[in-house]
Design a protein around this ligand. Sequence first.
Ligand code: UGA
Length: 441
Amino acid sequence: MRRISVLGCGYVGLVTGAGIASFGNKVLCTDSNIEKIKNLKKMILPFSEPGLFELIEKAFKSGLISFSSDLHQSIADSDAVIIAVQTPQNDDGSADISFVLNAAEDISRHLIKPAVIIIKSTVPIGTAAKVKNHMNSLLKDRNAGFNVEIVSNPEFLREGAAVQTFLYPDRIVVGSSQNAEVISIMNDIYKTPVERGVPVIRCSNETAETIKYAANSFLAMKIAYINQIALLCEKTGADIKIVSKAVGSDERINPKFLEPGPGFGGSCFPKDTRALVKLAEDYNLDLSLIRGIYEANTAHKTILAEKAIRIMRDNDAKTLGIWGVSFKAGSQDMRNAPALDILPLILNSGIKIKLFDPKAINEAMSYFYEYEDMIDYCTSKEDALKGSDALMILTEWDCFKNADLKEMASLLNKKILMDYRNIYDSKTSAELGFLYYGVGI
Ligand code: UGA
């Protein structure tokens, strides 16, 4: 049984820790936030993610996971230490790796035997090499008598399905010098999926680091792409739902991430596409296609906001109901959510808002505090309709998908529906008297 430390009990760290504990490793999770560790010891998680509580509880009971704020105790004797700290965005779009470097310094200070250092955080290409040099020189300075190996092992977790995506990955990427010890430790850590036949892609650190950015920017590109095709459909009268379905049925393309919407958001796609462009600039390379993804996504949100303002003005509508503000269904996360760009443009045009989200109301309040007088925060989806002239849907929560169109029509002052997740059928909506506007419809 391998003894693995996880540094950073955020989203990636906790899911990873719980996941590898369920594969049979002994996992020690640590974090600089003492309060967080105190809570975790009492099984109070800092966020909710389907299946995570149960996974941690099971590992906790069988002694395979523990939480400690004592760095030395957590790290010193480990076979591997996983760095799962945040890499926030700098103002110029590049990724800030100071948390990763601090973690590397902490580890160098406390290790008492050779260990494999696994970088899970999304880091610019070349970071593993930097961390390796830094750590080995610190170890030399304190006459530790050993060196560390660095493995770049990117995560491919999706919020809302993180446990599932960790336990049943499409592939495991192991970027390292590939010495025998590294291969053996990584095979042990991922024993269960490896035995199940999940492909392990062994490569250099730089290749692994590139894979993460390439995968995320490709997925972001699919969304930006279908959103642009949707705008074209809106002009030509083509049906975007059929176009998307038919394009996605080519197995070389596949139907996933081809759903038009208000633009991609979250803590990954917007940040990673920008970081990749910035990173290439440092090599005097203009990745125009990838830059275009970010720009198209930004423009898309403005186009949808302007469309809404136009519809409201043309119909003498003054109050807009909003259903959903989180960046996607199943998450209360509003980081880079399309609502953060779309709603201020609408509010600045003088339109009032009645807002409902099943989980993200508190987040919305903190993000939109400047617009206090213009936003009425509602406790139910029906409330957001009462007194509103129109409705805009920004997040595809199930409770919106299952809503009764007839009831919605009866609650709204004017039957105007801006379905920016293309949830409803345009014909059915029109039959019920709605003026229906989707994305590409
Ligand atoms: C994304 C990737 O999907 C994960 O593989 C990756 O590991 C993760 O980033 C990360 O780097 O940590 P996540 O940000 O949780 O995961 O969310 P997604 O489900 O990918 O959705 C991202 C955005 O795209 C959301 O705003 C969503 O509404 C939007 N989207 C997604 C669309 O507008 N249309 C689609 O067809 C799919």
